[in-house]
Design a protein around this ligand. Structure first.
Ligand SMILES: *Cc1c(COP(=O)(O)O)cnc(C)c1O
Length: 461
């Protein structure tokens, strides 16, 4: 499989280089040149298989030129061995035709572990083979960073620097980033918002001398390997509910558009997905864009679902690339206009987007109410991101079973859950002493040179 940039001007790469490169050198994001399509029979054969077996079957065509098949199977098996549930991504029923897909049984209690644990294995395999070392830099609104630090801590071939917006992540998220003791992982608290963190990461990738000096690699969902790993659970969930013989709908709490774009890939690979529903909090740029065709970021309004407090949604570029029929020049033009405040999606592309995605937006009050109502009606305690999904899903129930992605464990956001229900959700026992461990963090200003200096100094140390 070959991977091309959404902006059409960067070198075409194989899987391993796509994974190690992160952002393409023309500023675009890598996407597969074409997609494998599964037959009805292939999809039917996935029902009842283990998560690991489905993962192997779905991802193999994307990575087959990079790894030996046995090695890949071992990486998958190690990636998911530490999950706290044998099904890895179990389904729980919320209503007659509404299900939750619990994606929070990984080591840091959010869906990011599905991709990050596997990426850790793949990076280690490739770098050991090549005798190389890389510096991973990531931006996080909380969950990506903790998942990345957990996946890469203690590995020889990588230094990991994670920037999070100071004071804007939950205490559990922060402690998951600041308490690991391994010398190769570094938490940086940046003065600013998530979008500032993400912009500084992109600046570092566009600073080619720095990028080459430190062998910069990225594990944000700009990295296609992240998105790929997330395609798998759409297949396990849909086949458990009757696909390919009946279509299934999904509602996805969305920020950077990586998770829902993985659903779009599953659909293009032949999975019968009826509706793909984008659920946003009050930071509703995606809902506004799908409604009006105008993509104009506003200012971030901090919410109780902080992992979705985003106005510049990176992976939306991949969806636009599909909607514009793979026209890299058109995407480059839109992204140029974005630097000056925003762009209008063409009529044809907007129709293509609307054929794939529907959307809804949820206020803070509705989110809290959904947490308490769902507890009363079903006994399930939702995290605030999942609650945003549940509200929008209920507006889109139809004949196809609806699956809402439960993106984090409620104990990762205990303040919001307690405010809504009076119940403070407990951490699973395996994380019990998180609040007793010492923290280690470096404050940085929202300034490219300052951040680069910290990274160069620390990685040398
Ligand atoms: C990252 C995250 C999201 C948003 O996912 P995207 O792939 O960025 O759209 C939603 N909920 C939680 C809990 C997250 O950690």
């Amino acid at each position: 499989m070959r991977y091309v940039s959404t902006r059409g001007e960067a070198p075409v790469l194989g899987f391993e280089d796509t994974m190690l490169t992160g952002l393409a050198r023309d500023g675009g994001l890598y996407v597969p040149e074409d997609l494998p399509v599964l037959s009805q029979g292939d999809i039917a054969a996935l029902a009842g298989q283990s998560y690991e077996e489905v993962a192997h079957r779905i991802m193999w065509p994307f990575v087959s030129e990079a790894f030996a098949e046995d090695d890949f199977a071992d990486m998958i098996s190690r990636a998911y061995a530490g999950f706290g549930h044998d099904a890895r991504a179990p389904l729980v029923q919320l209503g007659p035709n509404h299900h939750l897909l619990e994606l929070f049984h990984g080591p840091t209690l959010a869906f990011k572990d599905f991709a990050m644990q596997l990426i850790g294995q793949m990076f280690e395999h490739t770098l050991t083979h090549r005798g190389d070392r890389v510096t991973i830099v990531g931006a996080t609104s909380g969950d990506t960073g903790s998942a990345a630090i957990e996946a890469f801590r203690g590995l020889d071939a990588v230094d990991v620097f994670i920037m999070y917006p100071h004071g804007r992540v939950s205490e559990v998220q922060r402690r998951q980033m600041t308490t690991p003791t391994e010398g190769n992982v570094h938490a940086l608290a940046l003065t600013g918002h998530f979008d500032d963190c993400q912009a500084r990461v992109k600046d570092m990738f566009n600073d080619f001398p720095f990028r080459d000096r430190v062998a910069l690699a990225g594990v944000n969902s700009i990295n296609f390997a992240r998105v790929l790993a997330q395609v798998v659970y759409y297949f396990t969930a849909a086949t458990a509910l009757g696909a390919p013989h009946r279509p299934v709908s999904f509602t996805v709490p969305t920020g950077n558009f990586g998770d829902i774009f993985a659903g779009h890939i599953a659909k293009r690979m032949g999975l019968p997905i009826e509706q793909l529903v984008v659920a946003t909090n009050q930071n509703d740029i995606l809902h506004r864009c799908l409604t009006t065709g105008e993509y104009r970021p506003g200012t971030v309004e901090p919410s109780i679902s902080p992992s979705m407090d985003i106005q510049v949604s990176s992976n939306f570029e991949r969806a636009l690339h599909v909607a514009y029929g793979g026209d890299g020049a058109a995407i480059a033009q839109l992204m140029n206009e974005l630097k000056d405040g925003g762009f209008s999606v063409s009529q044809g592309a907007l129709e293509a987007l609307r054929e794939t995605y529907v959307s809804g937006r949820v206020s803070e009050a509705e989110t809290s109410r959904a947490i308490s109502d769902t507890l009363a009606r079903t006994g399930e305690l939702l995290c605030p991101h999942t609650a945003v999904g549940v509200v929008v899903a209920e507006d889109h129930l139809g004949p196809a079973p609806m699956v809402t992605l439960a993106t984090a464990h409620p104990a990762k956001f205990p303040d919001a859950v307690e405010a809504a229900t009076g119940i403070r959700p407990a951490l699973p026992p395996r994380m019990g002493d998180l609040f007793e461990r010492d923290e280690r963090v470096t404050r940085v200003e929202n300034d490219l040179a300052a951040v680069e200096a910290v990274i160069e100094e620390r990685r040398a140390a």
